[in-house]
Design a protein around this ligand. Structure first.
Ligand SMILES: Nc1ncnc2c1ncn2[C@@H]1O[C@H](COP(=O)(O)OP(=O)(O)OP(=O)(O)O)[C@@H](O)[C@H]1O
Ligand SMILES: [Mg+2]
Length: 228
């Protein structure tokens, strides 16, 4: 393996039990790797298997075949708790529907990720303030998710993904719920933050303009990578 590879899937297959009794083969021998600091976009039709692949490389779903490595470490055969321990400092997530905790304000949502990683201290609080400032939310720190716009919520989610300085962020249609102008603003900020911090990014997007702004573009078609 290339020593700069931080995420790698080899021969990954995934089958789901179908509600009608059969089996659905959603991933069919996928090979994918992401290097340190590299941004990679993943496109493909609805149902192609993009979210499933993201879940498998994140260790949130186990593959039916093949293996997944984080750095040099094979993780698909580890227990959930071991994966969770490794994941919290290594990987950040941004989802389409933000996934903020509704009872916590913007600042507390960002700090929560540091708490979960066991890294909550004075420095983390400072980092949370700094990150919320750099995503333009200095005056929204005490707002609950319900008191923020969609674009603001996603900025909080981006700050939360970055607070532990992960090696890589996995993002599934992060601007899919936003209007075009807001989507552009949020994506600009997100891509700039990742590149300034040399954080690798695996970005699922249907937007060809956003895909064109990543260093590498990958396409999925019916469970296979078709274009690299
Ligand atoms: N838990 C599951 N059980 C059974 N089938 C599933 C399950 N999860 C996903 N699938 C099926 O796997 C296929 C791929 O789903 P996936 O969510 O990975 O697609 P996608 O490429 O992310 O699509 P979209 O662009 O619409 O988000 C779909 O046909 C879906 O119905
Ligand atoms: Mg999806």
């Amino acid at each position: 393996m290339n020593s700069g590879t931080i995420l790698r899937a080899t021969g990954v297959g995934k089958k789901f039990a179908s509600p009608d009794g059969g089996e659905i083969e959603v991933l069919k021998g996928v090979d994918l790797s992401v290097s340190q600091g590299e941004s990679v976009s993943l496109r493909g039709e609805s149902g192609a298997g993009k979210t499933t692949l993201l879940n498998v490389v994140a260790g949130l779903e186990s593959p039916s075949a093949g293996s997944v490595f984080w750095g040099d470490k094979r993780i698909d055969n580890l227990s959930n708790s071991k994966q969770a321990r490794l994941r919290s400092g290594f990987m950040g997530f941004v989802f389409q529907n933000y996934c903020l905790v509704p009872e916590l304000d913007a600042f507390e949502n960002v700090c929560l990720a540091a708490r979960i990683a066991g890294k909550f201290n004075v420095a983390a609080r400072e980092r949370a303030h700094e990150l919320l400032g750099s995503v333009g939310l200095k005056n929204r720190e005490r707002h609950l998710p319900s008191q923020m716009s969609g674009g603001e919520r996603q900025r909080v989610a981006i700050a939360r993904a970055i607070i532990n300085s992960p090696q890589i962020i996995l993002a599934d249609e992060p601007t899919g719920n936003l209007d075009e102008t807001t989507a552009n603003e949020v994506m600009d900020m997100f891509l700039n933050l990742c590149s300034a911090r040399k954080t690798a990014l695996l970005l699922i997007t249907h937007n060809p303009d956003f895909a064109n702004r990543t260093a590498r573009r990958v396409k999925m078609e019916r469970g296979k990578i078709t274009e690299i």
